[in-house]
Design a protein around this ligand. Structure first.
Ligand code: NAP
Length: 345
């Protein structure tokens, strides 16, 4: 028993792991869990101040359990995503929120130097923070190249950075749907493209954080569901292409998880929702999700689906799709301010 615990605690010893979207929620919890399990962790996101804070926590609190490290990112109203001002990436919603943003020009400038590289006390682990907007191919390329320059290898890429939305398609500014595809789908595709040779060399793991909404369309989340369905297809195909190359591809689908995702979710005009319509405290914790992710990688699972509701939804929608559609409508219409209810008034 003791032996297996020790094995688990060090099972990522010396491995190099990149986590995108490490500044908040699930990504942050995963980064902590990988670090605790002995990995060198590369933290990527746009909010560099949050990456710095996590880095400090990791390097200063290596003996803490993940749950003891405070998570200050959930429900933080200042978490309006720092949107790009770069012309090539800009969309109306980015400009609308520009006054709240840390211009990505800054992030790009800071990109040229790894923000930190500090050895963990008493260990060989280190943490590297790299500013990256995953909607930019050049940022993703830089993220992978800097990691490889620094560590010389890559064992796990976790494509976790994600953005949600809440509005009916009929009311939706199309720029919102494009933004969702850029973050949730293209963000993973770009990182994977540049990381693949190194992952093939290490016979490592590619983890795509998708969602139950990537298996069953979630009303008022067309862009979110479409991007996660696309991600599922991408991961599934890649798995088959590399069936005999030793590459591990894991489709990782959390269910409702307590995080900032609903606060940051975009509304019809591209502005963040700013509050959660659900009871976050009743959801699975991000630390629990991280536990399942590490377990899935250790066991080289093809797919992990979380929460009882998530598992039932994925299973039942294969066999009883019409029933699930009706139930889902009913449940989602009960959310406070549900766009589904206004649809009928
Ligand atoms: N929470 C849930 O209920 C749930 C359920 C199923 C799936 N998921 C998935 O889990 C993943 C993590 O979500 P979460 O719940 O932890 O949400 P969260 O707390 O809002 O975290 C989202 C993370 O993504 C990063 N991000 C957003 N846009 C980015 C961009 N353009 N470039 C780089 N990073 C970006 C954010 O960092 P910056 O803003 O600092 O860039 C943040 O670190 C997402 O893929 C989400 O779809 C969540």
């Amino acid at each position: 028993m003791k032996k297996s615990f020790q094995k688990k605690a060090t099972s990522f010893q010396g491995k190099v792991v990149i986590v995108t979207g490490a500044s908040s929620g699930i990504g942050k919890a995963c980064a902590r869990a990988f670090f605790k399990a002995g990995a060198h962790v590369v933290l990527a996101a746009r909010s560099t101040h949050k990456l710095h804070a996590l880095e400090a926590q990791l390097l200063g609190t290596t003996t803490m359990s993940p749950t003891q490290v405070p998570d200050t990112t959930t429900s933080v109203p200042d978490s309006v995503p720092p949107l790009t001002t770069a012309a090539s990436n800009s969309v109306p919603l980015a400009n609308a929120a520009a006054q709240n943003s840390v211009p990505l020009a800054n992030a790009a400038a800071q990109n040229s130097v790894p923000l930190t590289n500090a050895a963990a006390p008493g260990g060989t682990r280190s943490v590297l923070s790299i500013a990256a907007d995953v909607t930019r191919e050049s940022d993703c390329k830089h993220l992978i190249e800097t990691t490889l320059e620094h560590f010389g290898q890559l064992d796990v890429l976790v494509c976790n950075a994600g953005l949600s939305m809440r509005a009916l398609f009929k009311d939706l500014d199309l720029s919102v749907l494009k933004e969702l595809m850029d973050v949730n789908f293209w963000g993973c595709v770009y990182c994977t493209k540049y990381a693949l040779p190194a992952l093939l060399e290490s016979k490592g793991s590619l983890v795509g954080v998708t969602s139950i909404a990537g298996f069953k369309g979630l009303p008022a989340r067309t862009g979110y569901s479409a991007s996660k369905f696309a991600l599922n297809g991408f991961l599934d195909t890649l798995r088959t292409e590399h069936l005999y190359d030793g590459l591990h591809v894991m489709t990782f689908a959390p269910g409702f998880t307590s995080s900032n995702v609903r606060v940051a979710a975009l509304t019809a005009n591209g502005r963040p929702q700013g509050k959660t319509p659900r009871q976050e405290e009743k959801m699975m914790s991000a630390d629990r999700v991280a536990y399942h992710m590490l377990k899935g990688i250790r066991q080289r699972k093809n797919q992990v689906v979380l929460t009882p509701l998530g598992k039932v939804t994925v299973w039942a929608s294969k066999f009883f799709p019409r029933l699930v559609t009706r139930l889902e409508y009913k449940i989602m219409a009960q959310e406070p301010d549900s766009p589904l209810r206004s649809h009928h008034t």
